[in-house]
Write a protein that binds this ligand. Structure first.
Ligand code: GYE
Length: 326
């Protein structure tokens, strides 16, 4: 038995650089003959959004025309770089990945280019000196999402006297959604002197960190917090718990606006604990599949492909909840 396991482990190591651990876990899907081999490196499993995104990508690339090699980076850039190198070594037809952070990709993307493997970015952008290092990016407009969150706040604060003290739970440091949502939000609130961001810290897009950081905000600011802006719903949901444990009413004592539009956010809005969520649609699997087909066939693709989305408030939560697919 032990020997068999040893052989299995060796085989596993030979086929993919890592079956678990290393690049954070990888696997293959059943594929038809002549299938397009796609190496996909996912950020991790940090949020409800990400779970829905992974499901969408896996479903779309489960068709026999694709052979999917999926790898989970557990929110670490070094794991993603390893996974990309492993995909290059395997000679996949197309690489797709959702970059954890924006910078630090030039070298590995140059390696992919030298190997003639087109790269499709999903969800998050990169900051590279040479735009030809990737074929296209399919994802949301995070700056606009930040603006939408702020515009909701401005509208909701009509007639209110200042100062309106805001705490901000930021996403993963250096990630495109954290950078851009912060920028979009600030752009709008900076035009109105009543708004002040009094604390700002990363909660890494997770519930657990969102709760911890909100606890620290509450310790530092006491009852002087009017608004929480969270870069994603999961951190807002974690923060709601912290606010309740501090004896305050989330949604009333502290108004909360976050981003993603996941089911948990709709439930929190229905319960009156979250005020608004800005939609960020994770179901981009089908668009990704089409881009993979196109770049593989050598067809021209737009450099930027957008995902459609909206804003939802408490009064819409009950009616919208049954329609939510994530
Ligand atoms: O908002 C957050 C996730 O990159 C858009 O990552 C994505 C973000 C999403 O962890 O929940």
């Amino acid at each position: 038995m032990r020997n068999l396991m040893g052989v299995a482990a060796l085989l596993c190591a030979a086929v993919l650089t890592a079956c678990s651990g290393g690049d954070g876990g990888a696997d293959t899907a059943a594929a038809g003959e002549g299938a397009i081999t796609v190496g996909f490196s996912q950020v991790g499993a940090e949020s409800e959004w990400r779970t829905a995104n992974t499901r969408s990508v896996r479903e779309a690339l489960a068709a026999p025309e694709f052979d999917l090699r999926f790898s989970d980076a557990q929110q670490k850039q070094e794991n993603q770089i390893k996974a990309l190198r492993s995909f290059i070594a395997q000679g996949v037809d197309v690489i797709a990945f959702s970059p954890v952070v924006e910078t630090g990709w030039d070298t590995v993307l140059r390696e992919a280019k030298a190997a003639g493997i087109p790269v499709v970015l999903t969800d998050r952008a990169v900051n590279v000196s040479d735009e030809s290092l990737y074929a296209t990016l399919v994802g949301s407009d995070f700056v606009e999402e930040g603006r939408r969150a702020a515009r909701w706040l401005v509208e909701d604060s009509e007639g209110e006297a200042g100062p309106i003290r805001i705490v901000e739970l930021q996403g993963t440091v250096g990630s495109a959604p954290a950078n851009d949502r912060m920028r979009g939000f600030k752009e709008v609130i900076d035009a109105d002197a009543r708004f002040q961001i009094v604390r700002s810290q990363s909660g890494d897009f997770t519930r657990a960190r969102g709760k911890e950081v909100m606890e620290a905000f509450l310790r530092a600011e006491g009852r002087n917090i009017d608004v929480l802006f969270a870069h994603n719903d999961d951190m807002a949901i974690g923060a709601i718990q912290a606010i309740e444990e501090a004896g305050l009413k989330p949604g009333t004592d502290i108004r909360i606006v976050s981003i993603d539009g996941v089911r948990g956010a709709f439930e929190a809005m229905k319960a009156g604990k979250l005020n608004a969520t800005v939609e960020c649609n994770p179901l981009l699997g089908p668009q990704l599949a089409q881009l993979v087909r196109d770049v593989h066939a050598g067809r021209e693709v737009p450099k930027r492909v957008m995902v459609e989305e909206g804003v939802f408030t408490q009064d819409q939560a009950e009616a919208e909840l049954p329609n939510r697919k994530y």
